[in-house]
Write a protein that binds this ligand. Structure first.
Ligand SMILES: [Zn+2]
Length: 151
């Protein structure tokens, strides 16, 4: 079973590749922002308010007004609701290395959105960014420097 966090990371990665979420119940029928990542006040790289808003709509609990569990990532057939069920998992695509939905049991009929992106895979593909904390990175630099100074 994919956790909500995995599904969120999966969508964030594909949003950065230009894929949106098809939401038949929404007037526009599509949820998308091309600003997925943004620095926060501490200059950590985090999800942008625009992406968080998309995710909040996608992640509404079943039964909530505005529930969009029947929405799905462009280029795939699995709804968000299915991804969060026990039958599906998130794994790496063998072709492009991006995260892709995989059926846990039986034959996988999952399709990776890369199947309609002829440019993938290639070595120049920019890997989607993930949230990171500068504090962690500064800590690593500090560790390295203090190790060097001891040598
Ligand atoms: Zn792929």
């Amino acid at each position: 079973m994919a956790t909500p966090l995995q599904v969120k990371q999966y969508l964030a990665a594909w949003f950065q590749m230009g894929k949106g979420v098809v939401a038949p119940r929404l007037p526009g029928g599509r949820l998308f922002t091309n600003r997925v990542m943004a620095p926060d006040l501490d200059h950590n790289l985090t999800y942008s308010p625009e992406f968080e808003q998309c995710w909040a709509q996608i992640n509404l609990a079943p039964g909530t007004p505005g529930y969009l569990g029947d929405s799905y990532l462009e280029g795939t057939a699995q709804t968000i609701q299915e991804l969060l069920s026990n039958d599906w998992d998130i794994d790496d695509c063998a072709r492009c290395g991006m995260q892709v939905s995989m059926k846990v049991t039986g034959f996988s009929d999952s399709t990776c959105p890369c199947s309609d992106m002829p440019g993938l895979p290639n070595d120049t593909t920019i890997q989607p960014a993930e949230p990171r904390s500068n504090r962690v990175m500064l800590g690593q630099i500090h560790d390295r420097l203090s190790r060097l100074s001891r040598e």
